[in-house]
Design a protein around this ligand. Structure first.
Ligand code: ATP
Ligand code: MG
Length: 167
């Protein structure tokens, strides 16, 4: 697994199931205050990855592609944390995302946020986050690049790197 820079790693997924498993490993490492931004074109696997993240975190409801619903909240059994699955595909720009309350959710200590089409409101994101860029390589293969900023998200990424390197 290439290490692009001290703060970035790239993982090549060969199937939707593998992307979902990577997401689940990441989700297990997340707790309140974590911010995961997913950037990438249509069909690159953002929702598949988010579904895995929700599973790993322990969401009691499954994540779906929120066609018209921009923000969907999930809970888990072990504590009061909230998990927000947000899809900014339909927003016109970051002003609209701000009006929806995105700024209050991102980085809130009791909240995990996973945001599809994060690049549409990039300026609203806190400095400390895990930014994931997805690219389609061919029908079955996707490149996932993780770029963490801030000590906490860097530590999450480093744990993930160690786990994925064992694949
Ligand atoms: N390695 C892979 N990882 C993830 N998805 C894959 C992979 N290979 C093929 N796919 C397929 O690509 C599609 C990804 O769909 P998904 O809804 O996750 O994309 P998305 O990035 O969320 O798109 P949108 O921008 O429409 O929300 C699925 O049909 C999935 O089966
Ligand atoms: Mg999607």
């Amino acid at each position: 697994m290439p290490i692009l820079s001290p703060d970035a790693i790239e993982f090549i997924s060969r199937s939707p199931e593998q992307t979902r498993r990577v997401g689940a490993r990441l989700g297990m490492l997340l707790s309140g205050g974590a911010v995961v931004a997913l950037e990438g074109n249509l069909g690159t696997g953002k929702t598949v990855l988010a579904q895995g993240i929700g599973i790993g975190w322990g969401a009691t409801t499954s994540l779906i592609s929120p066609t018209f619903i921009i923000i969907r909240r999930h809970t888990r059994n072990q504590d009061d944390e909230h998990f927000y699955h947000i899809d900014l595909y339909r927003i016109a720009g970051s002003a609209e995302a701000e009006a929806l309350g995105l700024t209050e959710l991102l980085g809130d200590p009791g909240t995990v946020c996973v945001v599809e089409w994060a690049e549409r409101a990039a300026d609203l994101f806190p400095e400390e986050r895990l930014w994931v860029t997805l690219r389609t390589l061919d029908e079955q293969r996707r490149s996932l690049t993780f770029r963490a900023t801030g000590d906490r998200h860097r530590a999450i990424q480093e744990k993930l790197r160690k786990e994925l390197a064992g694949y």
